[in-house]
Design a protein around this ligand. Structure first.
Ligand code: 9MR
Length: 451
């Protein structure tokens, strides 16, 4: 099917889309708060990245539809997915997400038009003049297909280098077209869909630093020269090496003061339990404190499909259970939990999480053995656990997996690595290899504590 036909057929459904949005809004007023409804109460959207291939999973779709008011296709609108060969546009997967979102009355963020990554090799092989045409054609092709249907577009993504220089990142666009490619992309984008907010999006720009200063200077320059830019996206991928910066709010505010909206576009924070919840609270509060912070998007629905799944960085665990971080975000948004949901904020039973630890020897040989400790949550979901294993004096541990050990003499205290969050009654475990050093006695496993 040609692009023109697809474009017309998408536009023809616009009336139906508006009707669906009204229905969804009317329903949410009566129900318990969700992330989307609580954020709407603050005049913001609350979105998530979505992958088309998970939409058929009932729990995934149910969680998405219940909680979120905006979606960003995680990969389906990228250049390699939409124009794998020059002029050969394909929108099947992206259309699936947009259609799903519209049927639920959700907004769509477009991600992303011009990026050095997930770029088909043909693009990098073009000479400067051809590349300029191809870039503009790509923007026009993609934005034209979804004209009027995209709330905000990440027009250019990650064009600055990490580190102290504040320089542009090398890419086919930068190397062949020079600094001006960004401005050109924004001008082309404005003409292609005047209704869409046009954003510059990047990571490690969340606090005040050399990279965010460079982006700041570019936005300031664009505003002063009338280059069309409406918003700056702060990806906000956080972990222990890259924590939520203490000047996060201040940084969002200084961009807003330039006369652009700011959006938190790819939020995820590695961790678990109350520490992760506190970090999420800080991010939400920062956005709410900045008038022009118009919404937040987390980078996935469930930990199990996160690009950093090992770091359990999202609001729902692998069973789609709400984590403490979910409760924290809902509270920070001014929402109240469902009293029927044992995991909601302030619900009865909070603080009484329990777990048990049981030990089995799973392998045995002359000089050593493997042990396995199974951790099982009690009648409440848990977000973290701690178990101790005391070894007979002669023995020593040579390896441990699926847990994070700290050793004090012959007492090992083990905490989760990726596997802290458990639904009520669910189990996980860690394993270890022991050198017997002449003693075949079993270790003692102490009480399991949960939070
Ligand atoms: O989450 C995306 C993952 O599925 C892809 O494999 C990856 C490929 O580059 O891109 C991930 O999303 C990135 C986003 O598009 C831009 N900012 C960083 C995100 C995480 O890598």
């Amino acid at each position: 099917m040609s692009m023109t036909v697809r474009r017309l057929s998408r536009a023809a459904t616009a009336g139906l889309v508006a009707a669906a949005a009204l229905t969804a809004a009317a329903h949410s007023a009566e129900a318990a708060d969700t992330l989307g409804s609580a954020a709407a109460g603050q005049g913001r959207y609350f979105g998530t990245a979505v992958a088309a291939n998970h939409l058929g999973e009932a729990d995934y779709a149910a969680t998405l539809d219940r909680e979120f008011s905006s979606v960003t296709p995680e990969n389906e609108m990228k250049w390699d997915a939409t124009e794998p060969s020059r002029g050969g546009f394909t929108f099947t997967s992206a259309d699936r997400i947009v259609d799903h979102a519209q049927s639920q009355g959700m907004d769509v963020r477009g991600h992303t038009l011009v990026w050095h990554s997930q770029l088909p090799s043909w693009v990098g092989q073009l000479g400067a003049s051809d590349l300029r045409t191809a870039m503009n054609d790509h923007i026009k092709g993609l934005m034209g297909h979804y004209k009027g249907e995209i709330h905000s577009w990440d027009v250019v993504n990650e064009a600055f280098q990490d580190g102290g220089s504040g320089a542009r990142r090398s890419s086919p666009f930068q190397d062949k077209l020079g600094d001006g490619f960004i401005e050109e992309a924004f001008r082309t984008a404005r003409a292609a869909d005047p209704a869409a907010k046009l954003c510059y999006n990047d990571y490690n720009t969340d606090g005040v630093n050399a990279k965010s200063n460079a982006v700041y200077n570019m936005v300031k320059d664009f505003k002063s020269r009338g280059v069309p830019i409406d918003c700056v996206g702060f990806q906000s991928h956080f972990n222990s090496n890259s924590p939520v910066p203490s000047d996060y709010r201040q940084n969002l505010q200084r961009f807003a003061d330039l006369g652009v909206d700011v959006q938190i576009t790819e939020l995820d924070i590695e961790g678990s339990g109350s520490a992760q919840a506190a970090d999420y609270t800080e991010v939400v509060e920062a956005c709410l404190a900045v008038d022009r912070c118009t919404g937040m998007t987390v980078w996935g629905v469930t930990d199990k499909y996160s690009w950093r799944s090992g770091g359990t960085p999202l609001l729902f665990d692998g069973n789609y259970d709400e984590k403490p971080a979910y409760d924290a975000v809902l509270s920070a948004l001014g929402g109240s939990g469902d009293p029927g949901d044992p995991d909601g904020p302030g619900d009865p039973g909070d603080g009484t999480a329990t777990c048990t630890a049981t030990y089995t020897r799973t392998a045995d040989w002359n000089s050593g053995y493997n042990g396995q400790v199974t951790i099982t949550a009690g009648s409440e979901p848990i977000s973290s656990w701690t178990a101790t294993v005391t070894l007979p004096a002669q023995q020593s541990v040579s390896a441990l997996w699926n847990g994070t050990p700290s050793l004090n003499g012959n007492v090992m205290t083990v905490r989760p690595s990726w596997n802290g969050t458990l639904a009520a009654g669910a189990s996980t475990g860690f394993g270890f290899t022991v050198a017997k050093n002449g003693s075949d006695a079993a270790p003692t496993v102490g009480t399991c504590t949960a939070s």
